[in-house]
Unconditional design. Structure first.
Length: 249
Protein backbone atom coordinates (compact mmCIF):
# COMPACT_ATOMS: atom_id res chain seq x y z
CA UNK A 1 0.00 0.00 0.00
CA UNK A 2 2.79 2.41 0.91
CA UNK A 3 4.73 1.55 -2.25
CA UNK A 4 1.67 2.39 -4.37
CA UNK A 5 1.31 5.73 -2.61
CA UNK A 6 4.97 6.47 -3.23
CA UNK A 7 4.74 5.71 -6.93
CA UNK A 8 1.52 7.69 -7.21
CA UNK A 9 3.01 10.80 -5.64
CA UNK A 10 6.09 10.62 -7.87
CA UNK A 11 4.05 10.06 -11.04
CA UNK A 12 1.67 12.90 -10.20
CA UNK A 13 4.55 15.29 -9.58
CA UNK A 14 6.15 14.32 -12.88
CA UNK A 15 3.01 14.99 -14.92
CA UNK A 16 1.98 18.22 -13.17
CA UNK A 17 2.73 21.41 -15.13
CA UNK A 18 5.27 23.77 -13.58
CA UNK A 19 4.75 27.53 -14.01
CA UNK A 20 7.62 29.39 -15.68
CA UNK A 21 9.43 31.90 -13.46
CA UNK A 22 11.03 34.73 -15.46
CA UNK A 23 12.60 37.70 -13.69
CA UNK A 24 10.08 40.34 -12.59
CA UNK A 25 12.35 43.35 -12.98
CA UNK A 26 10.08 46.06 -11.55
CA UNK A 27 9.20 43.97 -8.51
CA UNK A 28 12.87 43.07 -8.00
CA UNK A 29 13.82 46.74 -7.95
CA UNK A 30 11.04 47.63 -5.54
CA UNK A 31 11.96 44.78 -3.19
CA UNK A 32 15.65 45.70 -3.19
CA UNK A 33 14.73 49.32 -2.50
CA UNK A 34 12.64 48.22 0.47
CA UNK A 35 15.58 46.22 1.82
CA UNK A 36 18.13 48.99 1.36
CA UNK A 37 15.89 51.59 2.96
CA UNK A 38 14.56 49.13 5.56
CA UNK A 39 11.00 49.98 4.57
CA UNK A 40 8.08 47.81 5.61
CA UNK A 41 8.46 44.14 6.52
CA UNK A 42 12.08 43.10 5.90
CA UNK A 43 11.21 39.40 5.91
CA UNK A 44 8.53 39.87 3.24
CA UNK A 45 10.92 41.98 1.17
CA UNK A 46 13.58 39.28 1.40
CA UNK A 47 11.20 36.57 0.20
CA UNK A 48 9.94 38.96 -2.47
CA UNK A 49 13.47 39.47 -3.86
CA UNK A 50 14.00 35.72 -4.14
CA UNK A 51 10.63 35.19 -5.81
CA UNK A 52 10.85 38.21 -8.12
CA UNK A 53 14.23 37.14 -9.50
CA UNK A 54 12.58 33.91 -10.62
CA UNK A 55 14.50 30.84 -11.69
CA UNK A 56 13.79 27.15 -11.26
CA UNK A 57 15.94 26.33 -8.23
CA UNK A 58 13.13 24.67 -6.27
CA UNK A 59 12.00 22.67 -9.29
CA UNK A 60 15.52 21.36 -9.89
CA UNK A 61 15.79 20.39 -6.24
CA UNK A 62 12.34 18.79 -6.33
CA UNK A 63 13.20 16.66 -9.36
CA UNK A 64 16.38 15.40 -7.69
CA UNK A 65 14.47 14.85 -4.44
CA UNK A 66 11.67 12.75 -5.91
CA UNK A 67 14.10 10.48 -7.78
CA UNK A 68 15.78 9.29 -4.56
CA UNK A 69 14.40 6.54 -2.28
CA UNK A 70 14.43 8.94 0.69
CA UNK A 71 12.60 11.63 -1.25
CA UNK A 72 9.95 9.25 -2.56
CA UNK A 73 9.23 7.98 0.94
CA UNK A 74 8.89 11.51 2.28
CA UNK A 75 6.61 12.46 -0.62
CA UNK A 76 4.39 9.50 0.17
CA UNK A 77 4.13 10.40 3.87
CA UNK A 78 4.45 14.20 3.66
CA UNK A 79 5.13 14.84 7.37
CA UNK A 80 4.26 18.38 8.45
CA UNK A 81 7.70 19.62 9.50
CA UNK A 82 6.66 23.30 9.85
CA UNK A 83 3.96 22.34 12.39
CA UNK A 84 6.38 20.11 14.28
CA UNK A 85 8.97 22.88 14.49
CA UNK A 86 6.36 25.40 15.61
CA UNK A 87 5.40 23.24 18.61
CA UNK A 88 8.11 24.66 20.85
CA UNK A 89 6.42 23.33 23.97
CA UNK A 90 6.81 19.71 22.86
CA UNK A 91 10.34 20.20 21.54
CA UNK A 92 11.37 21.90 24.79
CA UNK A 93 10.56 18.67 26.65
CA UNK A 94 13.27 16.78 24.76
CA UNK A 95 16.54 16.14 26.65
CA UNK A 96 19.11 18.91 26.73
CA UNK A 97 21.60 18.78 23.90
CA UNK A 98 19.21 17.26 21.39
CA UNK A 99 18.62 18.94 18.05
CA UNK A 100 14.94 19.58 18.81
CA UNK A 101 15.57 21.00 22.28
CA UNK A 102 18.30 23.35 21.04
CA UNK A 103 16.10 24.45 18.15
CA UNK A 104 13.19 25.19 20.50
CA UNK A 105 15.40 27.16 22.91
CA UNK A 106 16.73 29.30 20.05
CA UNK A 107 13.25 29.91 18.62
CA UNK A 108 11.76 30.82 21.98
CA UNK A 109 14.62 33.19 22.77
CA UNK A 110 14.62 34.85 19.35
CA UNK A 111 10.87 34.84 18.73
CA UNK A 112 11.15 32.63 15.63
CA UNK A 113 7.95 30.93 14.44
CA UNK A 114 8.30 28.41 11.63
CA UNK A 115 4.66 28.61 10.51
CA UNK A 116 4.90 32.41 10.34
CA UNK A 117 7.89 32.03 8.01
CA UNK A 118 5.94 29.61 5.83
CA UNK A 119 2.98 32.00 5.63
CA UNK A 120 5.27 34.88 4.69
CA UNK A 121 6.89 32.82 1.95
CA UNK A 122 3.50 31.73 0.60
CA UNK A 123 2.24 35.30 0.53
CA UNK A 124 5.28 36.53 -1.40
CA UNK A 125 5.23 33.65 -3.90
CA UNK A 126 3.84 34.40 -7.36
CA UNK A 127 2.73 30.83 -8.00
CA UNK A 128 2.44 28.87 -4.72
CA UNK A 129 -1.34 28.56 -5.12
CA UNK A 130 -0.88 27.06 -8.60
CA UNK A 131 1.53 24.34 -7.49
CA UNK A 132 0.37 20.78 -6.98
CA UNK A 133 0.17 19.55 -3.34
CA UNK A 134 3.49 17.68 -3.55
CA UNK A 135 5.39 20.80 -4.64
CA UNK A 136 3.58 22.95 -2.07
CA UNK A 137 4.65 20.52 0.64
CA UNK A 138 8.23 20.60 -0.66
CA UNK A 139 8.28 24.41 -0.78
CA UNK A 140 7.04 24.68 2.81
CA UNK A 141 9.67 22.20 3.94
CA UNK A 142 12.49 24.11 2.25
CA UNK A 143 11.35 27.33 3.94
CA UNK A 144 11.79 25.97 7.48
CA UNK A 145 15.06 24.14 6.81
CA UNK A 146 17.00 27.42 6.92
CA UNK A 147 16.69 27.80 10.70
CA UNK A 148 17.39 24.10 11.32
CA UNK A 149 20.55 24.40 9.25
CA UNK A 150 21.67 27.29 11.43
CA UNK A 151 21.68 24.88 14.39
CA UNK A 152 23.31 22.03 12.46
CA UNK A 153 26.04 24.21 10.96
CA UNK A 154 26.69 26.31 14.06
CA UNK A 155 26.23 29.63 12.27
CA UNK A 156 24.30 32.06 14.46
CA UNK A 157 21.35 34.09 13.19
CA UNK A 158 23.21 37.37 13.04
CA UNK A 159 24.74 39.03 9.95
CA UNK A 160 28.06 37.18 9.96
CA UNK A 161 26.34 33.85 10.53
CA UNK A 162 23.76 34.62 7.84
CA UNK A 163 26.53 35.26 5.33
CA UNK A 164 27.99 31.86 6.19
CA UNK A 165 24.69 29.95 6.07
CA UNK A 166 23.88 31.46 2.67
CA UNK A 167 27.16 30.09 1.26
CA UNK A 168 26.62 26.78 3.07
CA UNK A 169 23.10 26.49 1.63
CA UNK A 170 24.26 27.39 -1.88
CA UNK A 171 26.64 24.45 -1.75
CA UNK A 172 23.72 22.26 -0.66
CA UNK A 173 21.81 23.05 -3.85
CA UNK A 174 19.78 26.09 -2.81
CA UNK A 175 21.16 28.05 -5.74
CA UNK A 176 18.48 30.73 -5.92
CA UNK A 177 19.42 33.56 -8.28
CA UNK A 178 19.94 36.21 -5.56
CA UNK A 179 22.30 34.02 -3.51
CA UNK A 180 25.55 34.88 -5.35
CA UNK A 181 24.59 38.54 -5.07
CA UNK A 182 23.98 38.17 -1.32
CA UNK A 183 27.34 36.44 -0.89
CA UNK A 184 29.10 39.19 -2.81
CA UNK A 185 27.35 41.92 -0.84
CA UNK A 186 28.29 40.27 2.46
CA UNK A 187 31.96 40.60 1.47
CA UNK A 188 31.69 44.12 0.01
CA UNK A 189 29.81 45.32 3.09
CA UNK A 190 32.43 43.63 5.32
CA UNK A 191 29.86 41.38 6.95
CA UNK A 192 32.21 38.46 6.32
CA UNK A 193 35.59 37.85 4.71
CA UNK A 194 36.02 36.02 1.41
CA UNK A 195 37.90 33.25 3.22
CA UNK A 196 35.00 32.77 5.64
CA UNK A 197 32.39 32.60 2.89
CA UNK A 198 34.54 30.12 0.94
CA UNK A 199 35.03 28.00 4.06
CA UNK A 200 31.27 27.87 4.66
CA UNK A 201 30.72 26.85 1.03
CA UNK A 202 33.25 24.03 1.37
CA UNK A 203 31.56 22.79 4.55
CA UNK A 204 28.28 22.68 2.68
CA UNK A 205 29.85 20.66 -0.13
CA UNK A 206 31.30 18.12 2.30
CA UNK A 207 28.06 17.67 4.23
CA UNK A 208 25.51 15.00 3.30
CA UNK A 209 22.46 16.21 1.37
CA UNK A 210 20.42 17.94 4.06
CA UNK A 211 17.34 18.32 1.87
CA UNK A 212 16.88 14.54 1.93
CA UNK A 213 16.99 14.12 5.71
CA UNK A 214 14.06 12.95 7.85
CA UNK A 215 14.26 15.67 10.47
CA UNK A 216 11.23 14.30 12.26
CA UNK A 217 13.49 11.41 13.35
CA UNK A 218 16.59 13.53 13.96
CA UNK A 219 15.04 16.06 16.35
CA UNK A 220 15.17 13.74 19.43
CA UNK A 221 18.85 12.88 18.84
CA UNK A 222 21.87 14.65 20.38
CA UNK A 223 23.10 17.44 18.12
CA UNK A 224 26.62 16.02 17.93
CA UNK A 225 25.23 12.63 16.90
CA UNK A 226 23.24 14.27 14.11
CA UNK A 227 26.27 16.26 12.94
CA UNK A 228 28.37 13.11 12.84
CA UNK A 229 25.68 11.20 10.95
CA UNK A 230 25.36 13.98 8.35
CA UNK A 231 29.13 14.35 7.99
CA UNK A 232 29.11 18.03 8.90
CA UNK A 233 32.85 18.76 9.21
CA UNK A 234 34.35 20.71 12.03
CA UNK A 235 35.29 24.25 11.17
CA UNK A 236 35.13 27.83 12.30
CA UNK A 237 31.46 28.28 13.08
CA UNK A 238 30.37 31.64 14.44
CA UNK A 239 28.49 31.20 17.65
CA UNK A 240 26.68 34.17 19.08
CA UNK A 241 23.29 35.40 20.19
CA UNK A 242 20.54 34.32 17.82
CA UNK A 243 18.31 37.19 16.74
CA UNK A 244 14.96 36.79 15.03
CA UNK A 245 15.60 39.88 12.93
CA UNK A 246 19.17 38.88 12.12
CA UNK A 247 18.73 38.38 8.38
CA UNK A 248 21.56 39.20 6.01
CA UNK A 249 19.19 41.67 4.38
Amino acid sequence: MQASATIGAADFAEKSPVPSRPVQWRRTGQAFRALVLQQGNVLDATYSVVDAMGGMCEERLFQKFRKTPEGRRLLAERPDLPRILTDHQTLAKLPEGTLGRIFADVCIGAGINSMALVEAQRNMSRDYARLDPARQWFSDRLTVLHDLWHILSGYATQPRGEAAIVAFSYAQGLDYRPIPLFMGLSVVMRVARIREVWQAYRRGRRTASLVLQRYEELLPLPLETVRERLNIPDGAAWHGPHRGEGLLA
